[in-house]
Design a protein around this ligand. Structure first.
Ligand SMILES: Nc1ncnc2c1ncn2[C@@H]1O[C@H](COP(=O)(O)OP(=O)(O)OP(=O)(O)O)[C@@H](O)[C@H]1O
Length: 444
């Protein structure tokens, strides 16, 4: 070896040892021929231990035996760039890294081995986690200023006994807010009872809320407690309060005013020690103007009004919610999806989510099921995502708008009459779909 070659090698070693990224080279048998300082620091193996070893024994990555980056570079002749994987260090700790690989060739251009460079992502991941924790409140995530303000005031509102009216489009998180209010309140050790006022016809709903005494009507063979009694000492969350029929509105008003109610067929009223939360996606004020909702009840409910913005008004939350959803479905389906490709992310950012967060969760769940690789691609997303969804109409402020009868029937036929599946495709809950069908049947 000439003096000049020795000098060059020494220079190269000094340069490679001074870079912050891990670098190692392998020969054609995948034995390590060079291992820099950063590679020692990241993997925990010393240069002496690494040299001459097969690289999969030192650089123990999650893809060594399936998609080794150096082998891939050798096979395709092109570089592998910034692939995010995990390696096990000397102490068997998982280290997230980003790896790149290229082929090494001799002077005749023949492949003689490869070089891998890798960057430790632990710190970046820790920072990402810290940021996402910062945006978490109870079971909710948001970085939107309006939402953050709601999170700030929630503990004080929860501590009070005040009735809260949650307003927002379907799927924006009203139930999650109601749960948070209960969990933060002094009543948290007592039940939180949830009743969807749109899910039952009037008579059944009345019995459901107030309960039934034995003999109240034929068939009432025993006492049946209502939701009010079940919620005693705790919280009653009346979801879809806009669907409460007018006669029941009068009865509910009485409970709110006197904290007393009469189960069906009872002679004497019962006391109710219950905190009320209500929610609706409807515009109650305009329903009051149209005499569809009682003004006195509206005032009683609207003591603390909270309006939850639609997802299209807080698009900065989309990436945060996507990550949260991915974590959730990775755990649920035992997957190791790393994230969304830039193309998929762009489709997801462009969508305006008429079904709000529920719709976003459905999209990610479907993608997580379909995706066999590590990254969610556009092909894993519903085809209609770029086109205006079925539920969207010209009026941007109405969401979700009622689809036409033929659209609904076509969709139900597509889902073999399964309403739950149809609702999922629309990104709305079953009650909303039920309401739409009812409205179309009665021609409202
Ligand atoms: N800020 C948030 N962070 C994380 N998950 C959320 C958030 N908001 C809503 N979700 C999730 O989105 C889904 C829909 O939320 P939720 O049921 O609370 O909406 P809603 O407004 O009550 O809907 P609807 O009016 O149709 O009853 C739930 O799975 C909930 O966990």
């Amino acid at each position: 070896m000439s003096e000049h070659t020795c000098d060059l090698q020494e220079h190269l070693s000094t340069i490679l040892d001074s870079v912050a990224d891990g670098v190692f080279t392998v020969d054609s048998e995948m034995r390590i021929t060079w291992f820099n300082h950063a590679a020692e620091r990241i993997t925990g193996f010393s240069r002496e231990e690494a040299l001459g070893q097969r690289c999969c024994e030192i650089f123990r990555s999650s893809i060594c035996f399936s998609e080794c980056p150096v082998r891939k570079a050798m096979a395709t002749g092109s570089n592998v760039e910034n692939r995010e994987i995990d390696i096990l260090d000397r102490h068997n700790r998982e280290i997230p890294i980003s790896v790149s690989a290229s082929v090494l060739r001799n002077t005749r251009g023949e492949p003689v081995g490869g070089v891998e460079t890798f960057r430790d992502l632990s710190r970046i991941h820790a920072l990402q986690k810290e940021v996402s924790e910062k945006h978490r409140f109870q079971d909710m995530v948001s970085r939107n200023p309006v939402m953050r303000k709601l999170f700030d005031v929630l503990p004080d509102i929860a501590a009070s006994q005040a009735t809260v009216l949650l307003q927002g489009d379907s799927g924006t998180g009203k139930e999650l807010f109601a749960r948070a209010l209960h969990n933060l309140s002094p009543r948290r050790h007592h039940p939180l009872v949830i009743l969807n006022c749109g899910a039952l016809p009037e008579q059944l709903l009345e019995a459901e809320i107030f309960g039934v005494r034995k003999g109240a009507y034929t068939g009432a063979t025993e006492d049946r407690p209502g939701r009010l009694q079940q919620a005693e000492g705790g919280t009653l969350f009346l979801d879809e309060i806009g669907d409460l029929p007018l006669p029941l509105q009068v009865k509910l008003l009485r409970v709110l005013e006197n904290r007393e109610y009469q189960p069906l067929g009872a002679r004497r009223p019962r006391k109710a020690n219950v905190r009320f939360l209500a929610a609706t996606h409807q515009d109650l004020e305009s329903m009051v103007r149209q005499k569809l909702f009682r003004q006195d009840l509206y005032f009683r409910l609207n003591v603390v009004p909270l309006r939850i913005p639609a997802l299209r008004e807080r698009s900065e939350d989309i990436p945060l919610l996507l990550d949260m959803a991915l974590d959730r479905f990775n755990a649920l389906y035992d997957k190791k999806l790393r994230g969304f490709s830039p193309e998929a992310l762009s489709v997801l950012m462009d969508h305006d989510y008429p079904g709000n967060i529920r719709e976003l969760l459905n999209i990610v769940e479907r993608a997580a099921i379909l995706c066999r690789g590590e990254w969610i691609e556009p092909e894993h997303l519903p085809t209609g995502l770029r086109t205006p969804p079925l539920t969207r109409k010209n009026d941007e402020n109405r969401s979700p708008a009622t689809p036409s009868r033929s659209q609904l029937h076509a969709l139900l036929a597509q889902c073999n009459g399964n309403r739950a599946a149809a609702a999922q495709k629309l990104g709305v809950n079953r009650t909303t779909l039920w309401r739409w069908l009812k409205r179309l049947e009665t021609g409202d």
